[in-house]
Design a protein around this ligand. Structure first.
Ligand SMILES: *[C@@H]1O[C@H](CO)[C@@H](O)[C@H](O)[C@H]1NC(C)=O
Ligand SMILES: *[C@@H]1O[C@H](CO)[C@@H](O)[C@H](O)[C@H]1NC(C)=O
Length: 227
């Protein structure tokens, strides 16, 4: 684990505060970093959560899974997921596998109401390679002189793939230092995007002074920042 390394690397994720936790009626897109907790609000909830059903789909063509069925949590639903007192869906310690489409549906006397609401959950996740734990030994030394790659991937429901978000919402992934400065301009770092712009990797050779240094993957929205 990180605390056993010579050098502690941290791929910390911050989101533009303008985007964090947006789950209003007009904006069904919610952006969150893995490891955080999130609340997805149900805008069509009736006074009583006994009518509330939450349905999840990871991908457009994957099977829909009922997480909450008319106010009752399904047996197979993970402990991390629960129904809030306001009928929202709470997810603790979000993982990249929680990304996808969440539908809040109401049933009255067993009859589906017409007012489904949707929330698209996008999860930002950072991974380190070489990883700090390996199967053959209890730890891998990440020491000066070694090259390290930090990958930051935005996981989204595939009806809104990253390239769509990049073009229509002006979203952008960046690697920044502790002071928030974009590292693209620093020749020490090699920064590459995947073709769909969903994965930004930072590669660098570690220096002694990197001990405890923090690199952050930041999700920004150019459009929102103009407001
Ligand atoms: C959060 O999830 C990660 C990955 O699934 C796991 O390794 C970690 O222990 C979890 N943390 C807590 C506080 O449950
Ligand atoms: C992101 O890109 C890097 C470099 O191409 C690759 O090693 C890594 O596996 C990718 N991450 C994901 C989650 O696809």
């Amino acid at each position: 684990m990180a605390d056993q390394c010579d050098l502690c690397l941290l791929g910390l994720i911050i989101l533009s505060s303008l985007l964090t936790g947006t789950s209003g009626v007009d904006d069904p897109h919610v952006f969150i970093s893995s490891g955080e907790n999130v609340r997805l609000s149900c805008n069509n909830a009736l006074s009583d959560c006994k009518s509330t059903t939450w349905i999840y789909k990871r991908y457009r063509y994957s099977a829909a899974v009922e997480l909450i069925d008319q106010g009752i949590k399904k047996k197979d639903t993970e402990r991390r997921k629960s129904l809030g007192s306001d009928c929202s869906l709470n997810i603790k310690n979000v993982t990249e596998e929680d990304s996808g489409l969440y539908t809040c549906r109401q049933f009255v006397n067993g009859e589906k109401q017409e007012t489904d609401t949707y929330v698209f959950l996008h999860v930002l996740h950072v991974s380190v390679s070489p990883s700090s734990s390996s199967s053959s030994s209890s730890q891998t030394e990440i020491s000066p002189g070694r090259s390290v790659t930090l990958s930051c991937q935005l996981y989204s429901y595939n009806r809104f793939p990253c390239d769509h978000l990049v073009h229509s919402e002006g979203l952008q992934l960046l690697w920044v230092n502790q002071a928030g400065v974009d590292l693209t301009i620093d020749s020490r770092y090699q920064i590459l995007f995947s073709s769909d712009h969903c994965n930004i990797t930072l590669t660098t050779t570690l220096l002694n002074e990197d001990d405890n240094r923090e690199w952050r993957c930041q999700l920004m929205s150019c459009l929102l920042l103009l407001l």
